[in-house]
Design a protein around this ligand. Structure first.
Ligand code: NAG
Ligand code: NAG
Ligand code: NAG
Ligand code: NAG
Ligand code: NAG
Ligand code: NAG
Ligand code: NAG
Ligand code: NAG
Ligand code: NAG
Ligand code: NAG
Ligand code: NAG
Ligand code: NAG
Length: 851
C-alpha cells in the first residue's frame, strides 16, 4: 500500500500527499460532512502534531491505523492510535474514512462501511439538527490532543482521556475521581511490538484500590510500583537542556487527583512512553542526532522491579550499585540463594517480637524509604494516633504517616496513616532527597540507649510508639520521584546521591551552557574534603553568615569556592537545602549565583558555590569606607543585572520561581562588580497557571517584604517586584531600608523617596558618593521604576519584563506611581506586626544580616 511508506520519513508523507489526490482539509479540524481519508492529514495550529492514517509495516496488505504523530519529527513517532485493536486490513476503494457525525461522535469506518472505532459519546442517540451542528468540530490541538467540541465550546470527548502508550505534556493521568466515582483513571498501555500498536501486556496507571500509588502492570501482575503519595505536590524538573525544564506535578483538586507535567518554552519534544518491553521511559527528541534520547527510565536498575528483593527485603537505591538488603532486624531467608543474587525469598526475622509482654518492642525509624505495598489506609489520624494505631495491635508490623494537606492545596485535613499487617513487600531505600518517607518498623531487642547493639544497622533512630520524630514526611516523595533518571556513572555513592537529589542527570544531554556532563562530575564532594578545605570550618575561613548557615571560603580542586554549611539545628534545613539544590542546579543565568556542588553526610549539609570576591552588595553599599567603589555606572549596571536575573526567575520558562527573599545581602558581586542573585533557600516554584500562593510561614526579611506577604502571607512574582523596588531605592540612596534613624526627617526610606519624587527633587536622593558620576535622568528613572514597584496593589506593580525594558531603554514615559504601600492606614500597624511575627517564627533566620 502506498502509505506504508510513511514510516520512512516525512518526505515520503509529503510525496504521498501529492500522489493521493484527495480533497484534503489542511486544517486543524474535522467538521461534519467532511471526512478524513488516507493520505490527508489534520495538522495542529502550529504544526506540532498531525492526525491521519498510517501504517507500520511494508507488507501488503498493510494494517492501516488512525493516529496522531509528531508532525515535525522526521521519524514517524505515533503518540496515539484510535483503532489499536481493529486495524483496517482492507482498504480498497471506497477508502476508509474518519468522520464526525451529527451525534457528535467520531466514527472510523472501513471500505465496507463497517464501524472500526467510534468515540460513541452519546451512544448515537441524540443527533444535533443540521443547523445546530454548525460549530461542532474535532480539533487537533497543539498539545497533541484531539478534542471533539460542541458548538457551545464544551469538550465532549478528547484523546487525552484515552491515552495509548504515550503520556504527553498537558495530559492528566488521574489517580482519583472524587465525584463520578465509576470512572477509572487513565491508563497508558504499551504496544504489543515495535510495529504493532495493538494493546500489549504492560499498563501504567494509578492503583485502583488505594489511589495512592502508581503501578506498571505486566498483565494483571504488578511490575513496578511508585512510592505511595505523601502529599508533596511538586516534583523537581528534569533537565532536558539548559533552557528546558520538565515540570512534573501531582495536582490535587476538589474534583480529582492527577499527575501531569509540562515543558518550558523552547524545550525539545519530550514524552513519557511505556515501551512494548515494559520500560517506562522519558524521551526527548534530539534534532542533531535525529533520534529519541532516553533521559530516564524505570526500572532504573534491576532491584526496582516489583518485589524483586522478596518479603522484608528492600532495594537499596542509595548505593553505587543498587542491590537487595534485608530490613533491619531481618536476615536472608536462604543465605546461599541470597548471596548468589536470587533474592525472591526475601528475609526473615532474626528475633521474634515480644509484643504484649511489657517491655521489648519498639519502632525503628527508617528514613528515606519507599514504603512497602499492601498497606491498609487508616483515615483521619494524627501522627501520634497513627503510631498508637500500630502499637496497640500486635499484628501491625510497620506504619508510615503523612499529612497530605501539608502542601497546602487540598481542602481540609487529609492525613494518610498506612499500617502493615502482613509481609513487607517491594520496599526501597531511596533517600530523603529522592522522595522517601520514614517507615516505622516494629522491632524487638532494642537496648536502653535506643540503638541496636548489633553492628550493621541502617536505621537512624529508635522511637517509642507515641513519641514521633518531627515528621520528615514534609519532604517526602512524589509518585514520580521513584522514576530516577538513568545514571551515567555510578562509581561513587556520593555521585549517585546527587543524582537522586537532582532527580538524576541526563544520559547524554548535559545541563547545557557551561554545565556539561564534565561539570556534573564535580558536584559531589566528600564531607571530609570540605572539613580539610575549610580547616575544620575555622573562623579564619568564615566569610559570612547567610540564611540557614555560615559561609566559608575555601579552595577545592584548585578553585576558589564559597561553602555554605547549613546549621544543623535549623528545623527547615533539609527543606531549604533540597529547594536550593534542586533550584539552582538547574538555573543558569549570568545574574544568578552558580552552584558548583554539594555534600550530604548525615545531618551535615553543605552547598558549594562559585566564590565571588566582592561579597554581598550590602557589605559595600552600606559601608561608608567602601561605598565609593560603587560609582553610578556600576550601580546602574547592578540594578539592571538584578532586574534581569529576577526576570529570568519569573519568566524564563513556564516555571515561575518566586525568590521571596531578595535583598542587598542576597546580591553578590563578582570581580567586575556584576551582580548575582543568591540564596534560594526560600524560593518557591509556581506552576503554569498559578499566580499567587498563600503561606502560613511568612519568611523573608523585614523591610523588603511586600505588605500583602507580610500581612497575609500571600506571595507572588509581584511580592518579589516589591522587594526589588526596595533594593532599587537602597542602591540609589546608599541607605538601608531598615535603618532605624530618621532619614532627613522622614520616618523611613520609602516615604522619603516618595516625597522627593513628588516634589520633583529625586536628585536629592542620590547617595553623596555618586554625586559626581550620576546622571539625573537615570536617577529619576530608577526612582520612578522603584515607586511603581512599591505600589500597594500588587496588580499595579509592573512585571519584571517591564522593569527591564524601562531600564534598558531609559524609558521616559513611565506611568505615574500611586503612593507606596507604606503610606496607607494598613501600614501603620504593619511594622509592629512584622516585628511580632519576627520574634516567634522563622523570620529571624534570614534576618540576621539585615540589621
Ligand atoms: C476488500 O473489500 C472489497 C470491497 O469492499 C471486497 O471486494 C474484497 O473482497 C475485500 N477483500 C478482502 C480480502 O476482504
Ligand atoms: C455505543 O454505545 C451504546 C450504549 O452505550 C451501545 O449500545 C452501542 O453498541 C455502542 N456503539 C458502538 C459502535 O460501539
Ligand atoms: C444525522 O446524520 C444522518 C446520516 O449521517 C442522517 O440520516 C440524519 O438525518 C442526520 N440527523 C439530523 C438531525 O440531521
Ligand atoms: C453545550 O452543549 C452540550 C451538548 O452539545 C451540552 O451538553 C452542554 O450542556 C452545553 N453547555 C452549555 C454551557 O451550554
Ligand atoms: C511479564 O510477564 C511475563 C509472563 O508472566 C514474563 O514472562 C515476562 O518476563 C514479564 N516481563 C516483565 C518485563 O516483567
Ligand atoms: C534546548 O532545546 C531547544 C529545542 O530543541 C533548542 O532550540 C535549544 O538550542 C537547546 N538549548 C541548548 C543550550 O542546547
Ligand atoms: C476525625 O477524627 C476526629 C477525632 O479523632 C473527629 O472529631 C472527626 O469527626 C473525624 N473526621 C472525619 C471526617 O471522620
Ligand atoms: C489487628 O490487625 C489485624 C490486621 O489488620 C486485624 O485483623 C485485627 O482485627 C486487628 N486487631 C485489633 C484488636 O484491632
Ligand atoms: C496537616 O497539615 C495542615 C497544614 O499544614 C495542618 O493545618 C493540620 O493540622 C495537619 N494535620 C494533622 C493531623 O497534623
Ligand atoms: C544529540 O545527539 C548528538 C549526536 O549523538 C550529541 O552529540 C548531542 O550531545 C545530543 N544533544 C542533546 C541535547 O542530547
Ligand atoms: C572539627 O571540630 C569539631 C568541633 O568543632 C571536632 O569535634 C572535630 O573533631 C574536628 N575535626 C577535625 C578533623 O579536626
Ligand atoms: C490553566 O487554567 C485554565 C483556565 O483557567 C484551565 O483550563 C487549565 O486547565 C489550567 N491548566 C493547568 C495546567 O492547570
Amino acid at each position: 500500500m502506498a502509505w506504508s511508506g510513511i514510516r520512512y520519513g516525512y518526505g515520503t508523507v509529503l510525496l504521498l500527499l501529492l500522489l493521493l489526490v484527495k480533497p484534503c482539509a489542511s486544517d486543524d479540524r474535522l467538521v461534519p460532512g467532511k471526512p478524513l481519508f488516507p493520505g490527508a492529514t489534520i495538522v495542529s495550529g502550529s504544526g506540532s502534531f498531525a492526525l491521519g492514517f498510517f501504517s507500520l509495516t511494508k507488507s501488503t496488505p498493510a494494517n492501516l491505523y488512525l493516529g496522531i504523530w509528531y508532525n515535525n519529527v522526521p521519524r514517524l513517532t505515533v503518540v496515539w492510535v484510535a483503532n489499536r485493536e481493529t486495524p483496517i486490513t482492507n482498504s480498497t476503494s471506497p477508502p476508509p474514512a474518519l468522520s464526525l457525525t451529527n451525534t457528535s461522535d467520531l466514527v472510523l469506518s472501513d471500505a465496507s462501511g463497517r464501524v472500526l472505532w467510534t468515540t460513541n459519546v452519546t451512544g448515537g442517540v441524540s443527533p444535533l439538527p443540521t443547523a445546530a451542528a454548525i460549530g461542532l468540530a474535532a480539533v487537533l490541538l497543539d498539545t497533541g490532543n484531539l478534542a471533539v467540541r460542541s458548538p457551545n465550546g464544551t469538550t465532549l470527548w478528547q484523546s487525552f482521556e484515552h491515552p495509548s502508550d504515550t503520556f504527553l505534556p498537558g495530559m492528566k493521568i488521574r489517580m482519583k475521581y472524587k465525584h463520578n466515582g465509576e470512572r477509572r483513571g487513565e491508563r497508558v498501555v504499551s504496544w504489543k511490538g515495535p510495529d504493532d500498536p495493538s494493546p500489549g501486556s504492560f499498563a501504567y496507571g494509578a492503583d485502583p484500590v488505594t489511589f495512592l500509588q502508581m503501578f506498571v502492570w505486566n498483565g494483571t501482575r504488578p511490575a513496578l510500583r511508585s512510592a505511595p503519595w505523601t502529599g508533596f505536590m511538586v516534583d523537581g524538573q528534569y533537565p532536558a537542556n539548559s533552557s528546558a525544564y520538565i515540570y512534573v506535578a501531582i495536582v490535587n483538586t476538589e474534583e480529582d487527583t492527577y499527575i501531569s507535567y509540562s515543558l518550558s518554552d523552547g524545550a525539545a519534544h519530550t514524552r513519557y512512553v511505556l515501551t512494548y518491553s515494559g520500560e517506562y521511559q522519558l524521551q526527548s527528541w534530539n534534532g542533531s542526532s535525529s533520534a529519541w534520547a532516553v533521559l530516564g527510565k524505570w526500572p532504573t536498575w534491576e532491584c526496582n522491579r516489583y518485589a524483586h528483593c522478596g518479603p522484608y527485603g528492600y532495594c537499596d537505591s542509595t548505593m553505587a550499585a543498587p542491590t537487595c538488603r534485608c530490613l533491619d532486624g531481618f536476615e536472608p531467608a536462604n543465605s546461599d540463594e541470597w548471596s548468589s543474587g536470587r533474592f525472591s525469598r526475601g528475609c526473615r526475622q532474626k528475633e521474634a517480637l515480644r509484643c504484649g509482654d511489657g517491655d521489648g518492642d519498639g519502632f525503628l525509624a527508617l528514613p528515606g524509604m519507599k514504603s512497602p505495598d499492601k498497606f491498609v489506609l487508616v483515615p483521619n489520624r494524627t501522627a501520634g494516633e497513627c503510631a498508637a494505631e500500630c502499637a496497640k495491635n500486635c499484628s501491625c508490623v510497620a506504619y508510615a504517616y503523612a499529612n497530605l494537606s501539608s502542601s497546602g492545596s487540598s481542602k481540609g485535613d487529609v492525613t494518610r496513616c498506612l499500617v502493615w499487617a502482613g509481609e513487607l513487600i517491594d520496599t526501597e531505600k531511596m533517600g530523603d532527597m529522592a522522595g522517601g518517607e520514614t517507615l516505622y518498623l516494629r522491632s524487638a531487642g532494642l537496648d536502653d540507649t535506643g540503638s541496636r547493639s548489633r553492628a550493621n544497622t541502617h536505621a537512624m533512630k529508635i522511637v517509642l510508639p507515641t513519641v514521633l520524630v518531627s515528621s520528615t514526611v514534609i519532604l517526602a516523595g512524589t509518585i514520580l520521584a521513584c522514576f530516577k533518571l538513568q545514571a551515567r556513572k555510578r562509581n561513587r555513592e556520593d555521585h549517585r546521591k546527587l543524582e537522586l537529589i537532582l532527580g538524576g542527570t541526563g544520559t547524554s544531554d548535559g545541563l547545557g551552557e557551561g554545565n556539561t556532563a564534565q561539570d556534573f562530575e564535580f558536584p559531589f564532594v566528600r564531607f571530609e574534603d570540605i572539613v580539610v578545605a575549610t580547616d575544620n570550618f575555622s573562623e579564619a575561613c568564615k566569610i559570612g553568615q547567610g540564611g540557614f548557615g555560615k559561609v566559608y571560603k575555601a579552595m577545592l580542586s584548585g578553585k576558589e569556592v564559597a561553602i555554605k554549611r547549613l546549621s544543623k539545628d535549623s528545623e527547615q534545613g533539609t527543606n531549604e537545602f533540597r529547594n536550593e539544590v534542586v533550584l539552582i542546579a538547574r538555573l543558569q543565568h549570568r545574574n544568578l549565583v552558580r552552584l558548583l556542588g554539594c555534600s550530604v553526610q548525615g545531618d551535615e549539609k553543605t552547598l558549594i558555590y562559585e566564590y565571588l570576591p566582592n561579597k554581598s552588595l550590602d557589605a559595600t553599599l552600606f559601608d561608608n569606607s567602601r561605598k565609593m567603589l560603587l560609582d553610578w555606572p556600576i550601580r546602574f549596571n547592578i540594578v539592571k543585572g538584578v532586574a534581569r536575573g529576577l526576570l529570568y526567575l519569573h519568566q524564563d520558562s513556564r516555571l515561575t520561581i518566586i525568590h521571596r527573599d531578595l535583598k542587598a545581602a542576597n546580591v553578590l558581586l563578582d570581580g567586575e562588580m556584576r551582580p548575582k542573585i543568591a540564596d534560594f533557600g526560600m524560593a518557591r516554584i509556581f506552576s503554569d497557571n498559578q499566580t499567587k500562593a498563600n503561606t502560613r510561614r511568612v519568611a523573608g526579611t523585614y523591610g523588603y517584604m511586600a505588605p500583602e506577604y507580610a500581612m497575609e502571607g500571600i506571595f507572588s512574582i509581584k511580592s518579589d517586584v516589591y522587594s526589588f523596588g526596595v533594593l532599587l531605592v537602597e542602591i540609589v540612596t546608599g541607605v538601608r531600608r531598615s535603618s532605624i534613624d530618621d532619614i532627613m526627617g522622614f520616618p523611613n526610606l520609602i516615604i522619603y523617596a516618595w516625597n522627593m519624587w513628588k516634589e520633583g527633587k529625586t536628585g536629592h536622593l542620590a547617595d553623596s558618593s555618586i554625586m559626581d558620576t550620576c546622571l539625573p535622568d537615570e536617577i529619576l528613572l530608577c526612582i520612578q521604576v522603584a515607586l511603581l514597584c512599591l505600589q500597594e496593589n500588587p496588580d499595579d506593580r509592573p512585571h519584571m519584563s517591564y522593569v527591564v525594558l524601562s531600564l534598558e531603554n531609559r524609558s521616559t514615559t513611565l506611568p505615574k506611581p500611586n503612593q507606596p504601600a507604606y503610606f496607607t492606614q494598613r501600614s501603620t500597624e504593619m511594622e509592629q506586626i512584622i516585628y511580632n511575627k519576627n520574634s516567634v517564627n522563622t523570620l529571624t533566620l534570614t534576618n540576621i544580616e539585615a540589621r
